[in-house]
Design a binder for this molecule. Structure first.
Ligand code: HEM
Length: 155
């Protein structure tokens, strides 16, 4: 169900991010960022494809996301806080679209996945990080550390 809607979910999450955190718009100076615009739809599709690929390669998120991580860190120079904003809005969008399926356990496991992806995006696999580095990037929206999270079946 989510897979079929993932591009629209990411588009809505981007729109919410641009509206609720306007400084994020500065990374897209040449885009028409109006809700529903072609560039926002296209960017939503790109984020969706990247996250779908991450879901399909969950065992090695760091390697899977390494090219994109380099792009965002070194070329675009995205402030890490903005990934948290986007993750938060992805969760908000999911809860709005699937109110009956967005149980606490689903919320928890989606948050775990997104914070793990964020961790891989920013600094590589959790095992390579010092504890203080985790606190820079891997605190999830729910306040837990992605490296110490239980699996979704434990949630
Ligand atoms: C879940 C987190 C994110 C994912 C999966 C993601 C994914 C992507 C992908 C797949 C591309 C296209 C790369 C290419 O063309 O080779 C891209 C480009 C870009 N991303 Fe992200 N992104 C994420 C978060 C962010 C955030 C938080 C920002 C800034 C607020 C951002 C800003 C950009 C910009 C400025 C581009 C280039 C757009 C262009 O000029 O075409 N991204 N991203």
């Amino acid at each position: 169900m989510i897979r079929g809607d993932i591009a629209e979910i990411c588009e809505e999450a981007l729109e919410r991010t641009f509206q609720s955190f306007p400084s994020t718009k500065t990374y897209f100076p040449n885009f028409n960022l109006s809700p529903g615009s072609a560039p926002v739809r296209e960017q939503g599709r790109k984020v969706a494809d990247a996250l779908t690929n991450a879901v399909d390669n969950m065992d090695d998120l760091a390697e899977t996301l390494s090219t994109l991580a380099n792009l965002h860190a070194h070329r675009i120079r995205v402030d890490p806080t903005n990934f948290k904003h986007l993750n938060h809005n992805l969760l908000a969008t999911l809860s709005r679209r699937y109110p009956r399926n967005f149980s606490p356990a689903t919320h928890y496991s989606m948050d775990k996945f997104l914070s793990s992806a964020l961790c891989a995006f920013l600094v590589g696999p959790p095992s390579t990080l010092a504890a203080n580095e985790h606190s820079l990037c891997c605190d999830s929206a729910l306040g837990h550390k992605s490296s110490a999270l239980p699996t979704s079946t434990e949630a």
